[in-house]
Ligand binder design. Structure first.
Ligand code: SF4
Length: 344
């Protein structure tokens, strides 16, 4: 098998030369990289003082998924999305569920080479309405994601990132032209969690979330509640109050933790904590709060926040779109912050 050193990588965008180094400006780590070394994500390499994207067109994972699995509940509900992932990540989360690809290097894992055109063709052949960049962190795949999103829009497909939101302003502005939706993981609402558990920082994530929303990208947020780590009433209130200030319509997905990777000794989130988070979010004025990775009655259904009409019924990943028209409640006209396919 070829190693990534043998491949012909693509010159990266968003970097500058420094003496005998290059400075990557794709994510807020801003790695300073010497010749033949790579940044923290493991996929951007300095070769003779030029920065290269080593994972351009390298896919490790492919699937047709319900868009609800991303999770996106207010974006083309009930549609299937062609989901692809590569290798590497900007974070080092101790509880990562996809550590086999996110923590791997390009030399350890075999990845298949594809072109943007092949990805679009596969999406259409699989009767998907869009393409999702997911499984590992998509922002580090910027050059390939950009080319694929651009082509996907020309081919009538929607485009989605499932991301940790750790991206600098210029690349986010660039991809926003062709990126329709993002589910952004807010890992906690404290810097100490981001530092200790993820080896990153919170503020750039919040800044990118605000920017993505202002650029017109459809946003939904996921908050995985981990017992003893990010589950205090105060932290959940700080998080939901920040969300409400941004836009009370943005759907929030509180997700239940299950032991994984290097946090196998931490217990699953109690249902009572999930319900507390929902109650706090409602008290802060959020209109759409969902509970994920758990079966609770109506936990995934969409109701009109004004007149309480049931609009979308979800059972596992089976979705029945019942009522919304043009993104508004058919009974009372409430804005549902919802992007529907033209068939709905
Ligand atoms: S994208 Fe990778 S190389 Fe660039 S700054 Fe972030 S971690 Fe470093």
């Amino acid at each position: 098998m070829n190693t990534s050193r043998d491949r012909h990588p693509k010159e990266a965008k968003f970097w500058r030369s420094e003496e005998k180094r290059v400075r990557c400006q794709l994510c807020p780590h801003s790695c300073s990289i010497t010749h033949l070394n790579r940044g923290i994500c493991g996929v951007r390499e300095n070769r003779e003082n030029k920065l290269y994207s080593m994972n351009y067109g390298k896919i490790s994972s492919v699937n047709s998924d319900p868009v609800e699995k991303k999770p996106l509940f207010h974006f083309y509900p009930g549609s299937d999305v062609f989901s692809i992932g590569s290798i590497g990540c900007t974070f080092r989360c101790l509880h990562c569920q996809n550590f086999t690809i996110s923590m791997a290097t390009l030399d350890e894992l075999s990845a298949r080479d594809v072109t943007p055109e092949e990805v679009c063709n596969m999406a259409i052949d699989n009767r998907c309405q869009g393409i999702a960049f997911t499984y590992n962190e998509p922002t580090i795949w910027h050059e390939f994601a950009y080319d694929t999103c651009k082509l996907a829009k020309e081919r009538g497909l929607y485009t989605v990132y499932v991301s940790n939101g750790f991206i600098q302003e210029d690349p986010l502005r660039e991809i926003s032209t062709y990126l329709d939706a993002m589910n952004i993981d807010i890992k906690s609402f404290t810097q100490s969690f981001y530092e200790d558990i993820c080896k990153a920082s919170i503020q750039p994530v919040l800044d990118a979330t605000i920017l993505a929303h202002s650029l017109g990208i459809h946003i939904e947020l996921t908050y995985l509640i981990i017992p003893g780590k990010n589950d205090s009433e105060e932290e959940l209130r700080n998080f939901t109050s920040w969300c409400a200030e941004l836009d009370v319509r943005i759907p929030i997905h509180f997700s239940r933790f299950h032991p994984d990777y290097r946090m196998e000794d931490t217990p699953p989130t109690p249902i009572s904590t999930m319900e507390m988070a929902k109650r706090i979010g409602k008290e802060e004025g959020l209109k759409f709060i969902y509970l994920g990775n758990v079966r609770v009655p109506q936990g995934g259904d969409t109701y009109c926040p004004n007149c309480k009409t049931l609009l979308i019924k979800r059972d596992g990943f089976s979705t029945t779109v019942m009522e919304p028209r043009n993104g508004h409640c058919p009974q009372c006209g409430e804005d549902l912050y919802m992007v529907l396919s033209s068939n709905d």
